[in-house]
Ligand binder design. Structure first.
Ligand SMILES: NC(=O)c1ccc[n+]([C@@H]2O[C@H](COP(=O)([O-])OP(=O)(O)OC[C@H]3O[C@@H](n4cnc5c(N)ncnc54)[C@H](OP(=O)(O)O)[C@@H]3O)[C@@H](O)[C@H]2O)c1
Length: 391
């Protein structure tokens, strides 16, 4: 679906995934582990067990160390975004036969947070996730979302529906498709301007009382909405876009989460693959690819944003990891309650992404990195004031 022109000969090949195994070997040899800034920090002088992926039974994420809290909900420090498996967002929908091994491969490697939504597909993503995780249901956290009117298999961002009766209907459907009796984390996908957030929180509170839902989340909500919802039913997580090419949550949203003890789930943490060094200034996308309509991927924005990628590449080289790993490690290092959920349809990308949990970024390095970024404006990112209203 994506058309990426090949690099002309004069453009050097950057560190790529083929270097990952080498990087992982170095990380093991030097005992490089999760950052001291993070909740999964190791004890000094006690490096974690080697994290080679040659033994499929040994998870890449450790159940003891690579865990984070979203409010009171314990999850793996990196989750798996399942949207692109069926939604057609970046690639044609993949078959269950292809995707179930990716989801189960994630479980084997220690991932314990899986993200879906009723609109992905619509519905088919929840079915896939439900089928893949049924054998390990009690070992994982399943997150899904409601909030849109879906009619005859179609939905769009302008047709929101968070009426309490619709939330209850959506939950019954999600439970069936997910083959489960409870949803661990239920998000309102987008704020509905026609339904007071207190009513939404009240409806979810009832579902929690009934045992059908365990935790409440919001997505792309403003600080004011988060506060109002939290007063009715504690919010465990806010899921919003956050990456090195979309830093708008730094404009007050992260502060609000910190103050209220709400975890932050970073979606599109790889900037829709831009930060995985997948594209260059000649990259163009098929009409049906979401990136065609995303401002950061317009030709002039791509050129401008490569400056960010250059800094990421430099730091990835310095750490002997891939740009994707560095981009995710940066999120993990920023706050111990941030959990990125990179999306992938490929097991080798998943393995690469999980390697981010073992990249150490110190507080001084974070400062230095931020300084390197400070002179570069991301083109196509949202305006800073957008955090003051619901998206
Ligand atoms: N709350 C919301 O409104 C919202 C909105 C968007 C997304 N989400 C959630 O967030 C999750 C993640 O976001 P996203 O998938 O849109 O964006 P993303 O994680 O930033 O990027 C996904 C893209 O990166 C590629 N990729 C992943 N790892 C890679 C690697 N190591 N090397 C090269 N390419 C790599 C994937 O392609 P391959 O398949 O080829 O690996 C895919 O095209 C979604 O799955 C969804 O669950 C939520």
């Amino acid at each position: 679906m994506t058309r990426t022109n090949t690099r002309p000969p004069e453009v050097p090949l950057m560190r790529g995934r083929r270097d990952f195994l080498k990087g992982a070997a170095v990380a093991v040899a030097t005992g490089v582990v999760a950052g001291s800034m993070t909740a999964n920090a190791q004890q000094p002088g006690k490096p974690d067990a080697p994290r080679s992926d040659t033994n499929p039974k040994r998870p890449l994420l450790s159940a003891e160390n690579d865990v984070r809290k979203l409010g009171s909900l314990k999850v793996s420090s990196i989750g798996l975004g399942c949207m692109s498996m069926t939604s057609g967002t970046y690639n044609p929908p993949r078959s269950r036969k292809e995707m179930i091994p990716v989801i189960r491969g994630a479980v084997e490697r220690g991932v314990a947070l899986f993200d879906t939504a009723e609109i992905y597909g619509p519905f088919t993503d929840e079915e896939l996730v439900g089928e893949a995780l049924a054998p390990v249901r009690d070992e994982v956290v399943i997150a899904t979302k409601f909030g849109f009117q879906i009619e005859k298999g179609h939905w769009d961002y302008n047709r929101r529906n968070s009426k309490p009766e619709q939330i209850r209907r959506a939950v019954e459907g999600s439970l069936k498709r997910l083959k489960t009796d409870r949803i661990d984390l239920l998000y309102q996908h987008r704020v509905d301007p026609n339904v007071p957030i207190e009513d939404v929180a009240g409806a979810v509170k009832e579902l929690i009382k009934a045992g059908k839902v365990k935790h409440f989340g919001l997505s792309e909500a403003s600080a004011e909405t988060i506060r109002k919802a939290h007063a009715v039913q504690p919010v465990s997580a806010l899921q919003s876009e956050y990456s090195l090419i979309e830093r708008v949550p730094e404009n007050g949203i992260l502060d609000a989460c910190e103050k209220l003890g709400i975890g932050f789930v970073a979606y599109c943490p790889l900037g829709r693959a831009f930060l995985a060094d997948n594209f260059n200034e000649w990259s163009r996308f098929a009409e049906e690819d979401r990136r065609t309509s995303t401002a950061q991927f317009k030709p002039e924005a791509l050129v401008a944003n490569l400056r960010i990628l250059d800094v990421v590449r430099t730091w990835a080289n310095r750490k002997d990891v891939t740009p994707a790993q560095f981009a995710l490690a940066w999120l993990l290092a920023e706050k111990p309650w941030i959990v990125p959920i990179p999306g992938t349809t490929k097991l080798h990308h998943l393995k690469e992404n999980l390697g981010a949990a073992h990249v150490k970024i110190t507080a001084d390095e974070l400062k230095e990195f931020r300084k390197a970024l400070s002179g570069i404006t991301v083109q196509g990112a949202r305006a800073p004031e957008t955090v003051e209203r619901d998206r």
